[in-house]
Design a protein around this ligand. Structure first.
Ligand code: NAD
Length: 374
């Protein structure tokens, strides 16, 4: 026991040294944040990150330390660092912008953007549903309007803005669907128009590495400042045509939210206790449960609007029902071979991605296991 205690004491000491080094590293990151803020440099620079990780991996191997271990540790530290780099705010890319109004800015996503604009030195006002009688005053001398209201209210809200719009204004929306809002903005406004869809929820710690879909509307040169501003926040843009975006969202959002909801609904009707399932869960089952459960901590209206957005969504969901029936039939008919054949076909379809996904998910599962408490 004595030897063990001595070794444990030494481990504690090394951990404390690690803590000191971490504090030192975070202090350096703070200084980097200050320099980036002054010079308007993006928070996330993929090349610098990749170069640094490769160098540390190689050095780790020469010390007999696993390269994956140092990469894991550094990635976690970098995540912390990105969140901290925000504290100085961001450079104002376009100081000529006097006022930005966020319609629905009291909501989850609107308030996130209001915070980032304010951190970037812009003057922001909010126009909420009860503020329309003061819309004249709020929208007066505004350079950019960002619409962030529930999907089902977006088009009517954009139409409602029409009397207040002047040609020099920039009109932007953050809606999770893009075709109808973009068309409505182009219809009511003769000036610059941009459709954005942030592919993240309001609970992010930092915009670093987050993706924002961009559907260009009109007069790109007049909103280039906004693109650059958001890139400084650390986000990456993915440019796509609005109809194509909405088509992909059938799969990325509508189908996924539906099947997650249906899984949750189904589970809630089973004679099981969640606590028991969790106690018996493997890391992957726990992650799957988490993916289902987290949906129910969010906004039912948002998911309903996403699924109801267009008939194509329901048609694809309908075909999911058929796939369930087809899959079940393999087993009700006791046709093991048909199941195996079908499995092989799907495997072919996933191709090289299935190996890649196996590798990626292994890392996630290891992390899920690290945090396991019960
Ligand atoms: P939310 O319900 O939190 O916020 C919407 C806000 O709009 C509320 O404050 C509400 O009072 C306000 N509002 C409603 N009607 C209004 C009106 N007529 N005039 C002015 N304000 C009005 O919803 P949210 O999650 O922030 O979503 C807002 C938009 O962001 C939606 O278009 C959604 O598709 C999009 N979006 C949300 C997420 C997300 O995860 N929450 C992610 C990406 C995109």
């Amino acid at each position: 026991m004595d030897t063990l205690n001595k070794l444990r004491t030494q481990i504690d000491q090394v951990d404390r040294q690690l803590l000191q080094l971490l504090a030192q590293r975070l202090e350096l990151v703070k200084q980097v944040g200050e320099v980036k803020h002054q010079q308007g440099l993006p928070i996330y620079v993929p090349e610098r990150e990749a170069e640094m990780l490769n160098a540390r991996r190689a050095e780790a191997e020469t010390l007999g330390v696993s390269a994956d271990l140092i990469e894991d540790v550094l990635r976690r530290i970098m995540r912390e660092s990105y969140a901290r780099e925000n504290q100085f705010g961001f450079k104002t890319v376009n100081p000529a912008i006097k006022k930005i109004v966020i319609v629905g800015g009291g909501g989850k996503l609107g308030s996130l953007f209001a915070r980032y604009f304010t951190l970037s030195g812009y003057y922001v006002e909010i126009l909420e549903q009860q503020d329309w009688q003061s819309a004249d005053k709020i929208l007066n001398e505004t350079d950019a309007i960002v619409v962030s209201v529930p999907i089902a209210k977006t088009v009517e809200t954009i139409k409602r803005l029409k009397p207040y719009l002047t040609d020099n204004m920039l009109l932007v929306d953050l809606t999770s669907v893009k075709r109808a809002p973009l068309q409505a903005m182009l219809d009511v406004h003769a000036g610059a128009v941009l459709g954005l869809h942030p592919m993240f929820g309001p609970d992010i710690a930092s915009m670093a590495k987050q993706v924002i879909v961009r559907c260009d509307g009109r007069f790109e040169s007049r909103y280039q400042w906004l693109i650059t501003q958001i890139q400084i926040w650390g986000a990456k843009f993915y440019q796509v045509e609005a109809t194509e975006h909405d088509h992909s969202m059938t799969y990325v959002q509508a189908l996924r939210h539906f099947s997650t909801f249906a899984n949750g609904l189904h589970l809630s009707k089973q004679p099981v206790q969640l606590a028991n399932l969790l106690a018996l869960s493997s890391p992957i089952y726990r992650l799957e449960l988490a993916m289902i459960g987290r949906l129910f901590a969010q906004d039912a209206e948002l998911y309903a609007d996403i699924i109801l957005d267009k008939p194509e969504n329901l048609a694809v969901i309908e075909s999911l029902k058929q796939s369930y029936e087809e899959s079940l039939a393999f087993f009700t008919h006791g046709d093991k071979q048909a199941f195996i054949d079908s499995f092989e076909q799907v495997k072919q379809w996933f191709g090289e991605y299935s190996e890649q996904f196996l590798k990626e998910s292994r890392q996630l599962l290891q992390q899920a296991n690290d945090y396991r408490q019960i």
